[in-house]
Design a protein around this ligand. Structure first.
Ligand code: RFL
Ligand code: PHB
Length: 396
């Protein structure tokens, strides 16, 4: 039996950032992670940090390497009909930017800080149940090294991703979920080759969406729209490079190729749970919501959720006020729905929908042309992409 103030299930960006924010406030937490440290630090996922996410990580003391190595971007490029159209995001958002810095690096930095501070973080520790969420002392039971341990806490945070037990521990009649499955997936690769662009490229092509991102001046990250039933085995390195070059082609531009070090296929869905609270159990990050990656919002929503939770818990421990805890779900969901719409909008703007009819395709072409030519449309894209501040009550 163990005891802490806040039990955090999951050492992804949500759980680790929350643990760091709470530590800064002097609030104790224990983080339980099912996977090994090596696995969690190698899992290739997101790469774009919103302006706010960067600020939160720096203010929490976890931003030293991010400030040194993160690549600050002021715009993105949209490509369609073999033409490039830059969206100068900073110009439309009062100078706001995004930072290219891998999720793996964020996770490594947060794990290092926690381990160096000697604060409790258990890897290979799988939470098997969360009980008593409707009481003042919920319990997380977890398995570690063949032993079952009960972790007693004031609060439990389900930061355990889409497949975790946090959401599943809420009685079915207390939670509802809304979901949309898209008829496509992303084949993502990591390659040891300098990026062929200075800014991210989002391309629409009759063969499907393609995207060029990066991780550092020597590592590129690229994606191709594929069928959800497709298999990486069907995609040789040569086929991947030629399809990327075809879909992103513009006159005079060359795609540099290199050794591919990681290849995976991810299905795309939108998913939102409500509420994000059951008694003393709170959901954050992918446990609560999933967005398709086209808007680069998943990791950023996770950090936004736990920023609210950290403030709410700090308020509770300082003054006994439950106001922040009571408002958490509603406040977080306002941002989640905005990001859900933006991610859906970017996805439908850029992908080739196999079920689309002629009308749908004509609308998509009109929308692409509008975004490429209208300052109003570019302002909207930009303010959503760099990220909205915490959305005040009464605003969407
Ligand atoms: P995570 O990262 O899934 O972490 C949850 C952790 O919980 C653990 N866990 C358990 N631990 C203990 N007991 C249990 N019973 C447990 N069950 C699960 C898991 O092992 C895991 O370590 O969720 P979190 O922290 O909410 O973070 C969310 C982000 O990881 C996710 O939203 C992003 O990666 C999404 N995403 C992107 N987000 C962005 O903001 N920008 C991007 O550019 C971006 N690109 C992407 C993405 C996700 C992708 N994939 C693979 C889904 C690109 C891709 C391809
Ligand atoms: C990435 O770098 O992995 C990345 C960037 C932008 C996205 C999605 C993924 O929209």
């Amino acid at each position: 039996m163990m005891r802490t103030q806040v039990a955090i299930v999951g050492a992804g960006p949500a759980g680790l950032t929350l643990a760091q924010l709470l530590a800064v406030q002097g609030i104790d937490s224990v983080v339980i992670e099912a996977r090994s440290r090596a696995y969690v630090e190698k899992r290739i996922r997101a790469g774009i940090l919103e302006h706010n996410t960067r600020d939160v990580l720096i203010e929490s003391g976890a931003g030293a390497r991010l400030q040194r190595e993160g690549l600050v971007h002021h715009g993105i490029e949209l490509r369609f009909d073999n033409q490039a159209h830059r969206v100068a995001m900073s110009d439309y958002t009062g100078g706001r930017t995004v930072t290219v810095y891998g999720q793996t690096e964020v996770v490594k930095d947060l794990v290092n800080i926690r381990v160096a501070a000697g604060l409790p973080l258990y890897f290979d520790a799988k939470a098997v149940s969360i009980t008593g969420a409707d009481t003042d002392s919920p319990v997380v039971t977890f398995e570690h090294d063949g032993t079952i341990t009960e972790l007693h806490a004031d609060f439990v945070i389900g930061a355990d991703g889409f497949h975790g037990i946090g959401r599943q521990s809420i009685p079915a009649d207390q939670i509802s979920t809304i979901e949309k499955i898209y008829p496509f997936a992303w084949l993502g690769i990591l390659a040891d080759v300098p990026p062929s662009c200075d800014e991210l490229i989002y391309a629409n092509h009759p063969n499907g969406f393609a995207m060029h991102s990066m991780r550092s001046p020597s590592v590129s990250r690229l994606y191709l729209q594929v069928d959800p039933s497709d298999d990486v085995k069907n995609w040789s390195d040569a086929r991947i490079w030629s399809e990327l070059a075809l879909r992103m082609h513009t006159p005079g531009w060359d795609l540099k190729t290199g050794p591919i070090t990681d290849k995976s296929i991810t299905p795309m869905r939108s998913f939102v749970a409500s509420t994000l609270r059951y008694g003393r159990l709170f959901l954050a990050g992918d446990a609560a919501h999933i967005v398709p990656p086209t808007g680069a919002k998943g990791l950023n929503l996770a950090v936004a959720d736990v920023t609210l939770l950290s403030d709410a818990l700090t308020g509770f421990y300082r003054t006994g006020s439950e106001k922040g805890l009571e408002e958490y779900s509603e406040t977080a969901l306002r941002r989640v729905w905005r990001a859900s719409h933006f991610s859906y909008w970017m996805t439908t703007l850029l992908h080739v929908d196999p079920n689309a009819n002629e009308f749908d395709r004509a609308l998509q072409r009109s929308n692409l042309a509008y975004v490429a030519s209208s300052d109003a449309a570019k302002t909207s894209l930009s303010e959503n992409y760099v990220g909205l501040a915490v959305i005040p009550k009464g605003k969407v």
